[in-house]
Ligand binder design. Structure first.
Ligand SMILES: [Zn+2]
Ligand SMILES: [Zn+2]
Ligand SMILES: [Zn+2]
Ligand SMILES: [Zn+2]
Length: 568
C-alpha cells in the first residue's frame, strides 16, 4: 500500500497516512483517521483537566471534595472512595441502544447520568489534592506516578521531595527542574541528568557543585562554565544569596538567556532506535511522540512511562498494547480503542472511566464487567451480534458536531461532549486559544469565577528574603502577582507547612505567583508537540532532522554529530 494524502476535517490542512499506518489500522480494525495527528493530540487533550479544581460534595456520601469537573451540577461526581466501592452499580444507568439516534448522543446521555470520580488517581496515600496520579504518597497539586512528597509538580515519576518541577524522573530534593532526571539537591536544572548540589544548569550531565553553566560533563566546582577551586566555588555561591527573591529573579533572567544562547541538540532521544519526536528514552520505533520511555512500535503518543507496545495516539499510562486513541490510558490495556480515564481493559471500545472490563462497547464507569453496551448487560452472543450493527449504524447515522465535523466509527470522543471547558484542559497548554477562538472552533470556555478572597499579605508585602519570614506565613492568603493573565490564575495562594520547611531548608524565597501561574511560567521552557524538518545549523553540515524547534526560533540547533563535537 502507498502513502496517501488526506485533508483534516478539523484544521483543513493536508496530512499523510503512511503504509505502516494503514497496516496498524488494519491490524486493529479501524478506518483511517479523518483528523490530522496534531488535531488528534488536541482533541484528546480536551478530555484532560489536570489541575483546575472546584469544591463540591460527593453525590453519594455528601462529604466535601474537590473535583476537576466544574460542571458537577450536570454530571454527578462521587469521591474516590465511594466511586471505587461496590455501594453503587453503573449498570443501573444503562439502556438499550436506540437505532433512531446516533451513538455519541446516546453515549453523552449516559455520561451525564453515570457518576464520575472527583479526581483520577490509583493506589495513592494522602494525595487528595492531586490528579492523574498513581501509586504515590503525599502528592499535592501534582500529576505524578510512583512519587513521595511531591508538590506543585507535573509529569514527575519515581521521585521524592520535589517542588515545582515539570517532567522529572528519579530525582530527590529539587526545585524548578525541567525535563531532568536522576538529580539530587538541585534547583533550576533544565535538561540535565545525574547532577548533585547544583543550580541553574542547562544540558549538564554527571556534575556536582556547578552553577549557571551549560553543556558540562562530569564537572565539579564550575561557575559560568569556568573551573574554580572548592573554596572559591563556595565563597561565590554563598554570596549569591538566593534566599532573596530579587537575587533569584536576576539569576533566572541570566539563566534563560544562557539557555537561549546555548547550542541545542535537535531532539532528546536517548538509547533509542528508529525513533523521532522529543524526550524519547530506551525505546524502539517510536515516532512523532513526546515524553516516552521504554516503548516499542508507537506513534503520536505523549507522556508514556514504560511498556507501550504496538499502539498509536496514546496519552499517559504504562504497559498498554495494541491500543489506539486515549486521553488517559492508565495501565494494562490490551486491544482497547477510543478511551479515556480507563485502566486494565481488554477488547473494549469507546469507554470512559472503565476499569478491568473486557468486551465492552460505549460504556462509562464500569468495573470488572464483560459484554456490556451503553452500560447494559448482554450475553456474549447478543454482544457479538449487536456491536457490528452499531458500528455500521455509526457510519450510516454519524454524530455531527456544532461545527459540522462528522464523527463516524473510528473517531475519538467529540470535543464538545467533554465535561471540561477548553481552557481547563491541557489543550490550552499546548494549543492556546483565546476565548473567541475557542468558541469559534466549537469548544466550551470557562469564564473566571469571582473569588473575593480576603488577602492577608499583599504581593508587595511578601518579605524579600526567606530569612525575614517565620512560620506565621503558613496558611496566610497571599496575593498572586499576576491576576490578569491567561494562566488559570487563582489570584491568591497559601503556603503549606511542608512547603515552608522546604524553602527554609533549601534557602529559597517565598514565591510571588500562585501555583498555576508558576506552572505556566515553566511551560514556556518546553517546545510544542510538533516537528519541523530542518537542517543542522553548523556551518558545512548537511544533516537534516525532525525537530520541535521551529525555524523562526532563536536557538542554534545542531544535529547529533555536530552537537557531540561541540559539547563534550
Ligand atoms: Zn488538523
Ligand atoms: Zn496567579
Ligand atoms: Zn499568571
Ligand atoms: Zn550537523
Amino acid at each position: 500500500m502507498e502513502s496517501q494524502t488526506r485533508n483534516c476535517q478539523n484544521c483543513k490542512k493536508d496530512f499523510t497516512i503512511e503504509p505502516e499506518d494503514f497496516l496498524f489500522y488494519e491490524k486493529i480494525k479501524v478506518p483511517a483517521p479523518t483528523f490530522c495527528p496534531e488535531c488528534r493530540f488536541q482533541r484528546r487533550f480536551v478530555w484532560r483537566n489536570e489541575y483546575i479544581f472546584y469544591k463540591t460534595n460527593c453525590g453519594f456520601c455528601k462529604k466535601n471534595i474537590i473535583t476537576n469537573n466544574s460542571n458537577f451540577n450536570n454530571f454527578p461526581v462521587y469521591c474516590g472512595e465511594c466511586w471505587h466501592s461496590d455501594k453503587w452499580d453503573a449498570l443501573e444507568y444503562g439502556f438499550d441502544f436506540d437505532f433512531s439516534k446516533d451513538l455519541f448522543t446516546q453515549w453523552y446521555f449516559l455520561l451525564q447520568k453515570t457518576p464520575n470520580i472527583n479526581l483520577w488517581g490509583l493506589g495513592n496515600i494522602n494525595s487528595d489534592y492531586s490528579n492523574y496520579t498513581g501509586y504515590s504518597k503525599n502528592a499535592y497539586l501534582s500529576v505524578a506516578s510512583n512519587c513521595e512528597d511531591v508538590y506543585y509538580s507535573k509529569l514527575v515519576d519515581k521521585s521524592k521531595n520535589l517542588f515545582d518541577c515539570y517532567i522529572s524522573f528519579n530525582s530527590n530534593s529539587c526545585y524548578e527542574n525541567f525535563s531532568s532526571s536522576k538529580s539530587y539537591n538541585s534547583i533550576f536544572l533544565n535538561r540535565c541528568s545525574d547532577c548533585i548540589d547544583s543550580l541553574f544548569l542547562f544540558d549538564c550531565k554527571n556534575c556536582q557543585n556547578c552553577f549557571m553553566s551549560s553543556g558540562l560533563r562530569n564537572k565539579n566546582f564550575y561557575i559560568r562554565n569556568k573551573q574554580y577551586t572548592k573554596e572559591e566555588y563556595f565563597n561565590k555561591i554563598n554570596n549569591l544569596k538566593i534566599s532573596s527573591f530579587k537575587n533569584l529573579l536576576k539569576l533566572k533572567i541570566e539563566f534563560y538567556a544562557l539557555i537561549k544562547n546555548s547550542i541545542h541538540k535537535f531532539a532528546h532521544i536517548v538509547n533509542s532506535v528508529d525513533s523521532y519526536g522529543d524526550d524519547i528514552l530506551n525505546s524502539k520505533n517510536v515516532k512523532n511522540s513526546f515524553i516516552v520511555t521504554k516503548s516499542e512500535n508507537a506513534k503520536n503518543c505523549w507522556r508514556i512511562f514504560d511498556g507501550l507496545k504496538d499502539s498509536y495516539d496514546i496519552n499517559g499510562g504504562l504497559n498498554n498494547e495494541l491500543c489506539y486513541e486515549s486521553s488517559l490510558a492508565a495501565d494494562g490495556g490490551y486491544l482497547t480503542k477510543f478511551f479515556s480515564h480507563s485502566k486494565g481493559n481488554k477488547n473494549t471500545e469507546l469507554v470512559h472511566l472503565c476499569i478491568n472490563c473486557s468486551n465492552c462497547f460505549a460504556c462509562i464507569g464500569l468495573k470488572n464487567k464483560s459484554y456490556c453496551i451503553l452500560n447494559r448487560q448482554y450475553t456474549k452472543e447478543q454482544y457479538e451480534e449487536l456491536v457490528p450493527k452499531i458500528i455500521q449504524h455509526m457510519s450510516d447515522m454519524p454524530y455531527i458536531d456544532s461545527k459540522g465535523r462528522v464523527y463516524k466509527y473510528g473517531e475519538f470522543f467529540p470535543s464538545e461532549l467533554s465535561p471540561f471547558a477548553y481552557n481547563e484542559t491541557i489543550a490550552q497548554e499546548y494549543y492556546p486559544l483565546t476565548k473567541e477562538e475557542a468558541q469559534e472552533q466549537g469548544y466550551k470556555w470557562k469564564d473566571k469565577e469571582e473569588r473575593n478572597y480576603t488577602i492577608d499579605i499583599k504581593n508587595s508585602d511578601i518579605p524579600d528574603d526567606i530569612n525575614d519570614t517565620d512560620e506565621s506565613i503558613v496558611g496566610k492568603v497571599i496575593e498572586c502577582l499576576h491576576k490578569d493573565c491567561n494562566h488559570q490564575c487563582t489570584e491568591a495562594f497559601k503556603i503549606i507547612p511542608e512547603e515552608y520547611q522546604f524553602y527554609r531548608r533549601m534557602n529559597l524565597p517565598i514565591p510571588r505567583l500562585c501555583p498555576n501561574c508558576r506552572h505556566y511560567e515553566r511551560l514556556s521552557q518546553r517546545n510544542p508537540l510538533k516537528l519541523w524538518h530542518r537542517s543542522c545549523m553548523k556551518e558545512g553540515c548537511t544533516n537534516t532532522f525532525e525537530t520541535s524547534y521551529s525555524p523562526d526560533r532563536p536557538e542554534i540547533v545542531y544535529c547529533e554529530r555536530c552537537y557531540q563535537n561541540e559539547v563534550y
